[in-house]
Ligand binder design. Structure first.
Ligand code: ZN
Length: 232
């Protein structure tokens, strides 16, 4: 699988363009907040053969560009975590109601399939699994195969997603990170913001994961390391 990171918009969201070399079928993970991804895709030469749109969660900075991508690719199948439905349906007023930013109110676009923990998704010949990791939002989830995990706003290099937003739940977030870090450590973490990392790297050094290091009897260093910034 070929993976290209495309960083978009005011919140520097990472969308990912994935291509199955066997079939040429492509997918995107998240869309950014506006039309930039759609405009970028149609200018590429050759134009990607987009078959699927995988949304990690329904915050406007990740899902606000869905309708724009669907206008260019009406046949692409869009996946959303089941538990994100309520937040997704708020998109037309999410910016104004939840964040005081009416300029980021967005149309919903169309959801074709809802995914739940353990579901499998195919793009071309290649398969992803969906891991539900609620906490940042009620249904935020990660898509992974045997090499990559697309973690949305659950886990970042050196940080984790914020849990102080409306509908966030910190207790769920700690449990979700515990489950995420049970996946193979070599997986490359493609996050919703910031650089790529690996699960092993984060288990070793992410200041927010000290509770997991303690649980596993790994060296812990919370006392001399302050938590870094968290992302949206
Ligand atoms: Zn978010």
């Amino acid at each position: 699988m070929k993976v290209r990171c495309i960083t978009l918009g005011a919140f520097q969201v990472n969308a990912y363009l994935l291509e199955d070399p066997a079939t040429g079928h492509c997918a995107v993970v998240d869309t950014g907040e506006g039309p930039a991804l759609a405009e970028g895709l149609v200018k590429m030469d050759p134009r990607p053969d987009l078959r699927a749109i995988l949304l990690t969660h329904a915050h406007f900075d990740h899902a606000g560009g869905l309708a724009d991508v669907q206008r260019e690719y009406p046949e692409a199948v869009t996946y959303l975590p089941t538990l994100e439905r309520e937040l997704f349906e708020m998109l037309p007023r999410q910016g104004s109601m939840m964040f005081g930013m009416p300029e980021f109110d967005r149309p919903c676009g169309r959801i074709d399939r809802y995914v739940a923990d353990g579901d499998e998704i195919g793009v071309g010949e290649w398969r992803f699994k969906f891991l539900s990791t609620p906490g940042h939002t009620p249904g935020q989830g990660c898509y992974y195969d045997d090499k990559y995990v697309f973690s949305g706003d659950t886990l970042f290099a050196g940080s984790i997603g914020r849990t102080d937003f409306p509908l966030s739940d910190p207790d769920l977030m700690w449990a979700s990170l515990r489950r995420l870090l049970e996946l193979p450590g070599h997986l490359i973490v493609c996050s919703g913001h910031g650089p790529a990392t690996t699960l092993d790297e984060e288990l070793r050094g992410n200041p927010f994961l000290d509770y997991l290091r303690r649980e596993r009897g790994l060296p812990s260093f919370s006392s001399d390391m302050a938590p870094g910034p968290r992302w949206g």
